[in-house]
Structures are given as structure tokens and as C-alpha cells.
Design a protein around this ligand. Structure first.
Ligand code: ASP
Length: 443
């Protein structure tokens, strides 16, 4: 029987009620033997995440303001969880030790990691699983760089000794024993590392949404959930801003061909979205997998007669951006034109300088700048084999009165990106969604 690793995010462990759901999910499937937890997240909109409060403790200390008050709020949340779960666990001893270390000048990473540490300890006691600390297992070098192979080796060796375990997400340690965390949201990475180390059949990532949706529910009314998505499609959609999973959580599972299943702790019967290497036998009705987009790009459109015959033109153009350390997001080109799509944030007020430099070094016939552009990616593995996809997409935008300023079809043929004015962003996404996913009458 294969093993499943179940990682539960902040909202899934936010209080005792949520933890009771976690326990029943884990117990409902004997394959769920390894559980990775985040720190308690928000219980309601205005609530605080424990990790944010832990960082706040550190900020207080850095400004010579006592951390006691914030620390008490944190302890009280854990006390309530232990009490409401009816556990006989000496959590006070843990608080004392953490407080002692904080007073002795513990690092920010140590303080931030204690949310996961305490949550894993409590969850293990509640479920009757072993608690396996990631200190000494998830390893970083002294400079803080993550050591992938070493981590895999250590996790494998240790987890063999435990039939069932709860493991804290988010952190590991350096050779000196000093705690080091991943970036925010990093418990997803720990989950993926554990899944690889136990050769899991599936890595389940339990959160508060039932997987990915075809489009953003804040823009499209009740979008269809995505059942299966390939890693490549996910990468394209996350680039455009669709995010549920930490980006670095993909590679350990992907390298070992372990599917990642995004599930909802509050709706456990829903099968969520499964991320896999290649999606075969995809449903013939579903042309697109997802639509995602981002606002605030800018486009520099350069025109020069006979550009295509000029050796090194594009290189010189890109060198200018490299000099300013600005990454190029897209580069659609025509015979004598090239459009460079950049993120407005990354250009960071340097636009005038860059244009001057381009005029000087490239001697173009004209340069136009469009500053308020959104990009919308329509992604789908089924698109390349099908006729009429672009016709449907462009037709829908035309009918909605959206002017397309740029078109870019990725070389993977899995993706059509259109650039529209920021003001047309939502309207364009709704039009594309309706064209591909609307009811037949609506089509
Ligand atoms: N608790 C950490 C954070 O809020 C890590 C995680 O939840 O993945 O970023």
C-alpha cells in the first residue's frame, strides 16, 4: 500500500475545530502516514497569523520594546488549542524555553519557526503520531543555502524509523544547529521534501480552497474547478499570478513523479486539483485549463525599417535592459518591429532613461510606450491540437469590445497571451471564460 503525505496549511490548523477536521481526514485514509503542518493562520478575516505575530515579536525586540504582550497572545492561542483538544501536554515548558531563547537573542528565523514547531508537537500528541523535528533533517549550509541532497538523505533515514509522524513545515537548520526557515509559505516545500523522502504515492496539500479554478472567482462568477493540471500549465498560470502553492514546492515532487493533490480541509469530499507530469486522455470537451492574468505591465514597441536584416539588433536592445537589471517578460516581434514587455514595478521609474538609451544605441525609426497594460494567459494542453481556439478567443474579445494590443503565443503552443488595457482586464477575462466555458446557449 502506497503512502500519502498530507500537508495542512495555516487555516487548516488555525484552532481546535480545524485540527479536529485534520484528524478525521488523516484517520479516514490509512495511507496518510506523514503529516506536515504550518503554523495557525487566520480564523476570521481580521485575525492574525501566528507567524506574523512571531515576526512582530522580533520587530519589537529590534526596537527595544518588550515582546511580552505579543508573545502572550501567541501563547494564549496555543493554550486554547491544547485545552480545547483536551490534551495532556506540557506546553508551558515549551513557552518558557522559547521565551528564554528569545531573551537570549535568538534569531528571527528561530522565532518565526516556533509556530510550526508547536503546532506539529500538538498535532502529533492529538493524533498519537510521532513528532519528528526538522531541525537537523532539513539542512542548509552556514550561508543559508538549502542543501537538497543532504536533506533527502537525512529525511529518508529518519522517517524510516517512524511509521506515522507529524513534521513541522517551514524550517530546518544549518550545520551549527541554528534554525533557518524557507521563504514565507515554505511549509509547502517541506511537504514536498517529505513526500519525496518517503517515496509517497501522492503529496496532498490541504488548504482552504478546493484546488485551482479555471479563472479567478473574484472576476468570474463561480468558475469551474480544474481537476487535473500538468506542471507546465501550472507554471504558466502561476507566472500570471494564480497562486495556491509555493513555487519551490513543485520540484521535489515533480522530480520523483509524485502527483500533488490540492484539497480543501473544509470540504474533504471534494477531490480538488491534481498536478501531474503529463495529463493524458484529457477530456475532449475541455479546450482550456485555466485563464490567469496580471495588471501593470508596460510595452516598449520599437520600429526600425529593415530591422530584421540588422545583425545583433535584438541583442543590443536586450543589453540595454540587462544594464538596468530589468528582466524581459515577453518579446513578441514582427518583421521590422519588436515589442518588449516589462513589469512596471521592475522598471521602477527608469523608463525615460531606458528610452533615451534605446534611441541613442539603436537608432530606431520610432519608439512607442504603452504603460497600462495587462497580460492575460489562456492556458491549455488541448489547444495545440485544435482548430479555432484563437478564433474563439479573439472573437470573444472583439464581441466584448476589448482592444487587443499584443498577442503572444508561447512556443509550447499551450498558451496564448494577450495584452489589453488595464481597464479592460476583468471584462476580457470574463469574455474568454464565457467563450470557452459558458453554457452552449451562451456560446
Ligand atoms: N507559517 C509560515 C508562513 O506563514 C510558513 C507556511 O505557512 O507555509 O509563511
Amino acid at each position: 500500500m502506497g503512502v500519502k503525505v498530507a500537508k495542512f496549511g495555516g487555516s487548516s490548523v488555525a484552532d481546535a475545530i480545524q485540527l479536529a477536521k485534520v484528524k478525521s481526514i488523516v484517520e479516514s485514509d490509512p495511507q496518510r502516514k506523514y503529516v506536515v503542518v504550518s503554523a495557525p493562520g487566520k480564523r476570521f478575516h481580521e485575525d492574525n497569523k501566528i507567524t506574523d505575530l512571531l515576526y512582530l515579536c522580533k520587530t519589537h525586540l529590534d526596537h527595544n520594546i518588550g515582546h511580552e504582550q505579543v508573545f502572550q497572545v501567541i501563547c494564549d492561542r496555543f493554550r486554547a488549542i491544547v485545552f480545547n483538544l483536551g490534551l495532556n501536554l506540557d506546553i508551558e515548558k515549551e513557552f518558557e524555553e522559547i521565551d528564554r531563547n528569545i531573551r537570549a537573542g535568538a534569531s528571527e528565523d528561530y522565532i518565526a519557526s516556533r509556530g510550526e514547531y508547536l503546532t506539529a508537537m500538538i498535532t502529533a500528541a492529538y493524533m498519537g503520531f510521532d513528532f519528528v523535528d526538522t531541525k537537523g533533517l532539513v539542512t542548509f549550509d552556514e550561508r543559508g543555502r538549502f542543501l537538497d541532497e543532504e536533506t533527502d538523505k537525512r529525511l529518508r533515514e529518519e522517517l524510516k524509523k517512524h511509521d506515522k509522524a507529524v513534521i513541522p513545515g517551514f524550517y530546518g537548520s544549518k550545520p551549527s544547529g541554528e534554525i533557518k526557515t524557507f521563504s514565507r509559505g515554505g511549509s509547502d516545500i517541506t511537504g514536498s521534501l517529505v513526500a519525496r523522502a518517503v517515496d509517497a504515492e501522492t503529496y496532498e496539500n490541504w488548504t482552504d480552497v478546493s484546488g485551482f479554478l479555471v479563472a479567478d472567482p473574484r472576476i468570474v462568477n463561480d468558475p469551474r474547478p480544474i481537476e487535473k493540471i500538468s506542471y507546465m500549465e501550472l507554471r504558466e498560470l502561476s507566472y500570471m499570478g494564480a497562486s495556491v502553492l509555493h513555487e519551490d514546492a513543485i520540484y521535489p515532487a515533480r522530480a520523483s513523479d509524485i502527483p500533488i493533490n490540492i484539497r480543501n480541509t473544509n470540504e474533504p469530499e471534494h477531490l480538488g486539483t491534481t498536478i501531474i507530469a503529463e495529463v493524458e486522455n484529457h477530456d475532449a470537451d475541455k479546450v482550456i485549463t485555466g485563464i490567469a492574468g496580471s495588471k501593470d505591465f508596460l510595452v516598449i514597441a520599437i520600429y526600425k525599417n529593415m530591422m530584421s536584416a540588422e545583425v545583433g539588433f535584438i541583442r543590443r536592445c536586450l543589453t540595454i535592459l540587462e544594464d538596468y537589471s530589468i528582466p524581459v517578460e515577453h518579446l513578441p516581434s514582427g518583421i521590422d518591429t519588436i515589442s518588449i514587455v516589462l513589469s512596471r514595478k521592475k522598471v521602477n521609474g527608469k523608463l525615460d532613461e531606458i528610452i533615451e538609451e534605446m534611441k541613442r544605441r539603436l537608432q530606431p525609426d520610432s519608439i512607442d510606450v504603452y504603460e497600462d497594460m495587462s497580460l492575460i494567459a489562456t492556458v491549455g494542453r488541448g489547444m495545440s491540437k485544435r482548430q479555432g481556439v484563437s478564433a474563439t478567443l479573439f472573437g470573444a474579445l472583439y464581441k466584448a469590445g476589448v482592444n487587443i494590443r499584443m498577442i503572444d503565443q508561447g512556443s509550447s503552443e499551450m498558451n496564448i497571451i494577450v495584452g489589453v488595457k488595464n481597464d479592460d482586464f476583468e471584462k476580457a477575462i470574463r469574455a474568454i471564460y464565457d467563450a470557452f466555458e459558458g453554457t452552449p446557449e451562451k456560446k
